[in-house]
Each structure stands twice: as C-alpha cells, then as structure tokens.
Design a protein around this ligand. Sequence first.
Ligand code: FAD
Ligand code: FMN
Length: 597
Amino acid sequence: MTLTDTNSPLNADQARRVQQALADLNDAQRQWLSGYLAGLGAQSAGESPTGDSSPAKAATTALTVLYGSQTGNAEGVAELAAERARAKGFEVTLTSMADAGKKTLKAVERLLVVVSTQGDGDPPDPALEFHELMMGRKAPKLTGTRFAVLGLGDASYEHFCQTGKEFDARLAELGGERLRERADCDVDYEERAEAWIDEVLESLAGDLATPPPAEAAETDAAQGAQPSYSKKHPFMAEVLTRQPLNGRGSDKQTLHLELSLEDSGLEYLPGDAVGVVPQNDPAHVDELIAMLKLDAESPLDEGRVLRDALLADFEVTTLTRPFLKQWAEWSQAPELQRLLGEEARDELRDWLHGRQIIDVIEQFPVDGIDAAQFSAALRKLPPRLYSIASSQAAAADEVHLTVAVVRYETHGRARNGVTTSYLADRIEPGDRVPIYIDRNKQFKLPDDDEAPLIMIGPGTGVAPFRAFLQEREERGAGGDNWLFFGDRHFRSDFLYQAEWLKWRQQGLLTRLDVAFSRDQADKVYVQDRMREQAERLYAWLEAGAYVYVCGDAEFMAPDVHQALRDIIREQGGHGEAGADDYLRQLQQEKRYQRDIY
Ligand SMILES: Cc1cc2nc3c(=O)[nH]c(=O)nc-3n(C[C@H](O)[C@H](O)[C@H](O)COP(=O)(O)OP(=O)(O)OC[C@H]3O[C@@H](n4cnc5c(N)ncnc54)[C@H](O)[C@@H]3O)c2cc1C
Ligand SMILES: Cc1cc2nc3c(=O)[nH]c(=O)nc-3n(C[C@H](O)[C@H](O)[C@H](O)COP(=O)(O)O)c2cc1C
C-alpha cells in the first residue's frame, strides 16, 4: 500500500519521504523499525520502557495461543490459529498448557485459548495443573488481557465443552476482556474452529498497523501445508489381515487388523493412533429412511443423494442433545420438551443411555421433514481412533490395530458400533479402508533406551504396548519393561498371549502381571495386581520408570490412578498431598502418560 496524505495522518511531503525511506529497507529492517516505533510510542505514552532493546519485546502485536489437548485436536487447531495469526503479522507465542504457569499470562495483551474436555467434564491431562492454578486463588490478574476461548468436545457427553466453558468464565472473572463469545465445537469441529480463528483475527485486525510482509505470509502458508493424507483426505489402506484375537467361548470379539501403508509415505511412531473413516451400516440407513418416509434418492448439496450422505457423511446413530432439541421442536412432543428442561437433567442422562437417533424417530414420529432438513439436524460422521499396535521399525509399510467390536442390545434393539462393525462385518481382507495417522505427542516412549517402563493396558489398551515392545526390540533398548494386562478370561481373552510370552522368555519383557477378572469368584483387575506388587512398583518408580496407562477411561484409568496414588503414599511414606505431588511431578517429567478412551 502506498502511503499518501489521504490514507495516513502525514502531510503529502512527509508521506512521500517516509515512503522513500521504507522503499530502501528490506523486510527484516522494516520489522525492526516497526518494533522500534512501537517502543517509542509506548514510552511517549508514559508506559515503562521494557529495558530490552529487542524490537520483539517492544512490538505491540504479540498474541499468545494457549492450548490444552489430549489427543492432538486442540493442539492442531491452536497451531492453525498461530499460523494464521503469524501470516497476518502477529508475533505469536504458541504454548501448551502443559508448559504454562502463572508467568505465561503475565502482561499478555491478546490471548487465544483452545482446549478440549476429557473424562467426565475434566481438562485434558496435560492441562490439569494449569487448570487447577487458573481456578485457584493464585491465578494471575488479567486486567488488560483480551481473550477468546474455543472449546472442543463431544455433544453426546453431558458436560459438553466443560473445560472451555470454565476457562472462558474464569478469564473474564480474572479481569480479562472477551474479544469474542466462546465457541463450543462438537466432534466435527474443523470448519467451526477455522471460522472462529478467522473471526477472532478479524476482530484484532485493527491492532495491526501495517499488513504483513507478503513473504512472511507465504512462508507461513507453506509451513501450514497439510500432510499428504488427513482426516479429509484419507489414505485408502488395503486390509492385509483380519484375525480374531479371542479364543472359542469368549463373550468378546477383538480383532487384529494389519493394513498396508505401501506407497502412502505415511509414517508413525509408537503411541500414535490411526483414524478410520467409517461408513454407516446400509441396513440401518435404509431403516431410517423408511421410518422417515423419505426418498433415498432425494438430492442434497454437492450432488449427493440422501442415502449416500447418510452412509458416509453424517452420524446417524449417536444421540446428542442438539439433535434431541431439534426433534423436540419438530415433534412438539411434551415428553421430549419435559426431558430437555433443567429440572429433568438427571432423568435425561438416564433416558439417553443406550438410546439412538432411530429410537427417537420411532417413538416421536414427525411428518413432513424433508431430506435437507433431516440431514441438517445431524452432525458429521467423525472418524474413530485406534491405537497403533505395531512399530514401523518392525512392521515397515504396515500398520496394525487391535479393535474391540462394539455389539450390545438396548431398548429392544441390537446395536453395532459404527466403525467396529464396518471393520468386522462390512469389509474383507483385500478391501481398502480410508485411514490417516493421528499423532499423539502425549504418549511417547522415552528417548532414553535404558529407562524402565511400566505399561498398564487391559483389553485393547494393550495395543500401543505391542508397538512399544516391538520398537524397543528393534532399537536393542536395554531398559526393563513391565506389562500389566487384564481381560475377562485367561483361556479366551489373553490378547497376543504368544507374543508376550516370547518376549518374556527372551528377556525383553522383564515382568508380566495378568488379571483375568472372571476366572474366579472375586473379580481381579490390573489395579489389584499393581497393589500386590506395590513395593516393587514403587522401587521401579524411584529408579526412574515411565508409567503408561492405556484403555478404558471410565473405570480402569481412575482405578489405576488411585492404586498408583496409594502405592506412592504407602511405600514412599507420603501423605495424600505428597502422593499427589509425586504424581504431578511424574506427569511434568512426562513419566506418567495416559491414552484413555
Ligand atoms: C485415542 C483413542 C484410542 C483408541 N484406541 C482404540 C483401540 O486401540 N481399540 C479399540 O477397539 N478402540 C479404541 N478406541 C475407541 C474407538 O475410537 C471407538 O470409540 C470404538 O471402537 C467404538 O467405535 P464404533 O464406531 O464402533 O462405535 P460407536 O458407533 O461410536 O458406538 C460406541 C458408543 O456406543 C455406546 N455403547 C457401547 N456399548 C454400550 C452398551 N453396552 N450399552 C449402551 N451403550 C453402549 C456408547 O455410547 C459408545 O460411546 C480409541 C479411542 C481413542 C479416543
Ligand atoms: C475419554 C474421553 C472423554 C471425553 N469426555 C468429554 C466430555 O466430558 N465432554 C466433552 O464435551 N467432550 C468429551 N470428549 C470429547 C473430546 O473433547 C473431543 O474428542 C476433542 O476433540 C478431543 O480433543 P483433543 O484431542 O485436543 O484432546 C471426551 C473424549 C474422550 C476420548
């Protein structure tokens, strides 16, 4: 943009001379100058000088993007926000809540927070400590901070985007000024999150004196280039093998899948997951269409017809509160309206359990809803994640998964999990399935090959530990490895039994403790085995062991956490608070990592 007397407060001569001077400068010099002028501005406005001559400190375009993420979604959104903000000319600091403390928010003028919700309305593990700090009395004052919060969550959970809501409310309570209303994103968060980023940056555009140098914008755009395969552009991986992992007589169906990554260029590390982009069950989709009295071939946007869209684009099973609200409005059913009222909160939770979209449509029929209206009430079909059960060092261009097939019966209907039944019933070896790699920085082997590992993974939770051991074997890592595994029955549910026993014999697996819950009158779980081994387990911790927990988030992970806490308390002679500090310290040192679902 050429500087003139009409687009600046300068007179024509000043504008010409400034323009001439700027023309002589390269980008770095211009950037320095902008910081220098900003610093001068701050001083003349009576603010204290920074005492640091670096233009970075003096610049008034600083923006902090803070994220709390368990499986990387919020992290990815935060990275995108940082990238777009940089391209606009902001000087961005991107920080994980895991590395954040009181000082992180000191004198922060512009703050974007992206955070997911885990557990039962809890913050993600890496954000736990920062969340506690922010909610407590020692939280920093935030007068002068302008902020915006984006929550990631899943509308089928009762406490939808709870952590985002808590941060949003607390930042305002601490004196911060909202740049924009909080946005709560469901599992199909991408478009909404992108729109939020653009809107927030737009509302900050006035803070930027000059547009960014074109070169910087280009570089950032290039850095943000998408990996070759992603959720939106999955790789069609051939299914090489699909084997049952349970023996005869088991009441479970767990599958070992081997997929080919040949010619994909995809890379993964132990601890990462594969995202599978599923298709809904055609029989279920047809039943829905018939119940709604719709034409399967009704055209929708982008040349799709209803049946194809319901098969591939939309979630047609999981019942969420937003869908229910929409259906209550359409049906005007008093029962639904009552259930959605504030007084029926607990009742609604119980009512939703085991119910799906089809049950609502059947129980509260609505006439006249057309294909476009119905599909607009649905959320996008989200891919499902599966922990990778192989090391690329050992499996080369394959990736292995351990999949527990979801089948149950509720409210008189047999139900099948969308993705697991797709993998179990609707594809065959030789078919191709759409996948992508979902990195997980929060669940990684230590760099130190001598560090001992304690791995707790009942059921499919054992998957990443197969990858860990394959990797350690390939690396010739000398560190001790201890696995706690559990399932229902020794005879039928000892997943990958032969491999553990082989590694145990070879010495790679130093200890193997198993808990088969239904082989005796009293149920025994991995946490019971941990308690039995309390002294040894604590000695391993003291010797620098890394603890990994993978699998069920609802019961197993809290019980294992409690067992660890008790072991540390009793064996280490710590009080309750001391044991919590010990665990927190482990978490900070990345020696306590969880991948729970
Ligand atoms: C990081 C991560 C890693 C994962 N790793 C693995 C893995 O290695 N292996 C694996 O098998 N899974 C893994 N999962 C779980 C996986 O992503 C899917 O959630 C799971 O396979 C179910 O998917 P689905 O599409 O088959 O079922 P969906 O169609 O999504 O149905 C599952 C839902 O059905 C409901 N439901 C299930 N059982 C019952 C019941 N008895 N009564 C009432 N309602 C019920 C619950 O609401 C449940 O959420 C992982 C998840 C995450 C987040
Ligand atoms: C075990 C588990 C528990 C979850 N609990 C909640 C919840 O209570 N409320 C919610 O809104 N979302 C919940 N979610 C959904 C996540 O917030 C959502 O998948 C989000 O995109 C994850 O982002 P992240 O990868 O940055 O952690 C849960 C997800 C998992 C796997």
